[in-house]
Design a protein. Structure first.
Length: 162
């Protein structure tokens, strides 16, 4: 409990709406308006102090992390691994796309058997289509795959070239 001589009386001007809200909350907790106002002031001061403490703690943590870990070294390793993974995905995507077009061609030619040169030509064309497919932007892929007329035309070009 704060001693009477340690208290200071001060005046604060409140709007009618603010006063009504404070009275409403004070009544709910069965305390005086003054006590409710003191509680809000204490909470506000605690939040401000907490905010300053958080900034100080974050600065200390940042300083410690930078002392232990060299950010540039970490960035270099992450970039190297990211590039490696990206290249692996590109290889996988190209072969998948080539397999897709080759499958379309094989299905179209189930009843037709060609020579080995014709097969090689078909394979090379399927790979070219796969590479073209992989060069499409992400937002173009769905519309490309849903355009069955275009897929048929591309597959027909495989047939015409043989």
């Amino acid at each position: 409990m704060v001693k009477r001589e340690d208290r200071i009386i001060t005046s604060v001007y409140l709007t009618k709406e603010m006063c009504a809200q404070i009275d409403k909350m004070a009544n709910r907790e069965h305390i005086s308006r003054n006590e409710q106002i003191r509680r809000y002031i204490e909470k506000g001061l605690a939040v401000e102090g907490y905010s300053q403490d958080i900034d100080q703690i974050a600065g200390i943590i940042r300083q410690e992390i930078q002392a232990v870990y060299h950010i540039e070294d970490i960035k270099a390793v992450v970039e190297q691994q990211t590039n490696r993974i990206a290249k692996m995905h590109m290889k996988s995507g190209k072969i998948n796309a080539a397999a897709f077009f080759l499958l379309v061609k094989v299905l179209m030619n189930v009843a037709h058997k060609g020579t080995e040169d014709q097969f090689d030509q078909m394979l090379n064309e399927a790979i070219r289509l796969g590479v073209d497919y992989m060069q499409k932007k992400d937002f173009q892929i769905n519309s490309f795959l849903y355009d069955t007329d275009n897929l048929r035309r591309l597959a027909e070009e495989l047939t015409i070239n043989i």
